[in-house]
Design a protein around this ligand. Sequence first.
Ligand SMILES: Cc1cc2nc3c(=O)[nH]c(=O)nc-3n(C[C@H](O)[C@H](O)[C@H](O)COP(=O)(O)O)c2cc1C
Length: 307
Amino acid sequence: MTASPDLRVQVAPGLKLINPVIAASGAYGYGDDLEEMADVQKLGAVICKGTTLHPRDGNPQPRIIEVTAGILNSVGLQNIGVEALIREKAPEWAKWSVPVIVNIAGDSIDEYAAVASKLEGVAGISGIEVNISCPNVKQGGMQFGTSPAAAAEVTHAVKSATKLPVIVKLSPNVTDISAIAQAVEKAGADSISLINTISGMAIDIRKREPKLGNIKGGLSGPAIKPVALWMVYQVCGCVKIPVIGCGGIMSAEDALEFIMAGATAVEVGTANLIDPNAILDIIDGLGRLLSAGNISQISDLRGAARK
Ligand SMILES: Cc1cc2nc3c(=O)[nH]c(=O)nc-3n(C[C@H](O)[C@H](O)[C@H](O)COP(=O)(O)O)c2cc1C
């Protein structure tokens, strides 16, 4: 086959990507670091750091530690706040051809809705990803993403506040991921991404204390890939909207596993902290894998491994 394979995908109404590989929230800041290190315009999309209504400092240090086959982070929601993002970051993004999706967070339904409505109509912003792995401060601190009702309520509030495509990012720290996925689909989500990090901790046995300043953190990287893949497989089997797979993707082969499980696209996070060129290598690798298998378009492989 001579023509290069068609890697284009559509992850939500009005959100078409040149390839299915997206920079995951938190591992690329606001995409500007990436601009210096790699050719950001070659990515499918960039998702920026979780953004709240007001600037936040995040959690106490240490906030990132290495564990077996992954990292634990407790960065928290350190960010510049939505007003500064609109003023300082969006004008730069408006010059890019790669779509930028803003990951939003909050500690109340009202905060999510307020952030979403501020982003409406801002040049340079192509979509919203809703991080529902945040504690609901008014409801005793339980994560929005751990209850189908709360997850649906956030989704509905964000959808009502914006015309931008809305991707809802699920937390893996739940008993029944399918119930959450179906609830957010019913509440109007345009697509679903999963998984966020898995709760975990590490202890320094010499000091006899937790290694993270925040005690608990989120596990990411290769250690979580089988868990993420199984959750993506389950969700792809129970919703009709597009699913974006994420969790431990380090290579084009890993990305293809998620696509064969039924995902339309993938997000890559921790790989970037290890090698800033990893995400571009994954895109190139996907093209090579398709060519080698004589496959003309990536969408032909979506769900190919489903039973
Ligand atoms: C340092 C760091 C910060 C993160 N910050 C966010 C965030 O602000 N919002 C969010 O939804 N996910 C955040 N994540 C989760 C990632 O986007 C991704 O879901 C997770 O790390 C699993 O993918 P990976 O194994 O490819 O990193 C963060 C992850 C890391 C490692």
